[in-house]
Write a protein that binds this ligand. Structure first.
Ligand SMILES: NC(=O)C1=CN([C@@H]2O[C@H](COP(=O)(O)OP(=O)(O)OC[C@H]3O[C@@H](n4cnc5c(N)ncnc54)[C@H](O)[C@@H]3O)[C@@H](O)[C@H]2O)C=CC1
Ligand SMILES: O=C(O)C1=N[C@H](C(=O)O)C[C@H](O)C1
Length: 270
C-alpha cells in the first residue's frame, strides 16, 4: 500500500490551524506529521490533540519549521505574512508542496514566495473555496460585459479578530473585475473613504470592509448602474470549507513541477 503524504500545519493553534489539523487527521488521503507555532507560544512542547482540547495524537507542537518540514511532503500554512514568506524558503528546501492561505501579503513577501516557487510547488490563494474561485470567473465576465457606467464596489464582512483589510478574497475579486475591464487594479482601487472624498471617480473599483462577531467570510461584488444593480454574493458559513480546499491543493500539488499555482489550477477553472 502506498503511504499517504505527510502534512505539517503551521499556525497550529489558530482558527484555521486547528481546522486544518482536524481535516488532515480525519482524511484517509494524508496524515499529519507536524504542527508549528510561533516562538514563545504556550502550545510549544504540548501534544497537539490535547492542546486542542481532545485526546493525544502523538504530534508535539514545535517552533522549529526546519525540523518539522524536513519530514513532510506538504505544508498547510494559514499563519501570518512574515511567517509565510519565511516558510516558503524552508518548504522549498524540503521540496514539500507549500499551500499558502495567509492573506495581507505585501510585495516583499510575494517576491520571496515567487523565488521559492522556482524550486518547489507553491499553491497560493486568498480563498480556497470552489464557489468563491468560480465567482472570480463570473465577476471577470460581468465586468467585461458592462462598461464603466456601472460602478463596481466590493463589500466584505469578517469576524472581529481579522487583522487585514481588504480581505485577500476581496482583492482577488477586485483583480478579476479589473481584468474584465482591461485595467490594472492598482490604478483604479479605492480602498477606503472617509470625510470629504468628492464624488466617485468613474472607473474606480471601491472596497469596503465590515468587521464583527463571528462572521466567517462574506463577499459581495456590486455593479451599480443607472436604474439597476447587479449583485454577486458568496457566503462562507464554515471554515472547514477552506481547510478542505487546502487539503485538495496539497494533494493536487504532489506530482506537479515546481512553480507558482493558484486554486484555479487546482480546481481546473483555467
Ligand atoms: N485562503 C483562505 O481560504 C483563508 C485564509 N485565511 C487567512 O489565514 C490566516 C490565518 O487566519 P486565522 O487562522 O483566522 O488567524 P489566527 O490568528 O487564528 O491564526 C494564525 C496563527 O498563526 C500563528 N503564527 C503567527 N506567526 C507564526 C510563526 N512565525 N510561526 C508559526 N505560527 C505563527 C499565530 O500564533 C496564530 O496561531 C489569515 O491571514 C487569514 O486571512 C483564513 C481563512 C481562509
Ligand atoms: O481571515 C479570515 O477569516 C478569512 N480570510 C480570507 C480572506 O482574507 O479573504 C478568506 C476568508 O474570507 C476568511
Amino acid at each position: 500500500m502506498t503511504e499517504t503524504p505527510g502534512i505539517v500545519v503551521t499556525g497550529a493553534s489558530g482558527r484555521m490551524g486547528q481546522m486544518l489539523a482536524r481535516t488532515v487527521m480525519e482524511s484517509e488521503r494524508a496524515h499529519l506529521v507536524g504542527a508549528v507555532e510561533r516562538e514563545g507560544h504556550d502550545w510549544i512542547g504540548r501534544d497537539l490533540g490535547e492542546a486542542m482540547g481532545g485526546t493525544a495524537c502523538g504530534i508535539t507542537v514545535t517552533d522549529d519549521p526546519l525540523e518539522a518540514f524536513a519530514k513532510a511532503q506538504g505544508i498547510l500554512d494559514f499563519s501570518a505574512p512574515e511567517a509565510s514568506a519565511e516558510f516558503a524558503g524552508i518548504a522549498a528546501q524540503a521540496r514539500a508542496v507549500h499551500v499558502i492561505g495567509t492573506t495581507g501579503l505585501g510585495p516583499d513577501h510575494l517576491d520571496r514566495i515567487a523565488a521559492a516557487a522556482r524550486h518547489a510547488v507553491i499553491v497560493q490563494a486568498g480563498n480556497m473555496s470552489l464557489g468563491l474561485n468560480l465567482l472570480t470567473k463570473v465577476t471577470q465576465m460581468v465586468a467585461a460585459a458592462l462598461d464603466d457606467e456601472y460602478d463596481i464596489e466590493i463589500v466584505e464582512a469578517h469576524h472581529n479578530r481579522k487583522v487585514d483589510a481588504p480581505s485577500g478574497t476581496a482583492l482577488m475579486l477586485g483583480e478579476a473585475a479589473a481584468a474584465g475591464r482591461g485595467v490594472q487594479l492598482d490604478d483604479v482601487a479605492d480602498r477606503g473613504r472617509d470625510g470629504m472624498t468628492g464624488p466617485r471617480r468613474r472607473g474606480d473599483i471601491g472596497f469596503a470592509a465590515l468587521r464583527g462577531g463571528d462572521i466567517v467570510g462574506e463577499h459581495d461584488v456590486i455593479f451599480a448602474g443607472a436604474g439597476e444593480r447587479l449583485m454577486l454574493r458568496h457566503v462562507a458559513s464554515d471554515r472547514g470549507l477552506f481547510a478542505r480546499g487546502a487539503l485538495k491543493a496539497v494533494l493536487w500539488g504532489q506530482d506537479k513541477k515546481p512553480g507558482a499555482y493558484d486554486m484555479h489550477d487546482v480546481l481546473g477553472l483555467g
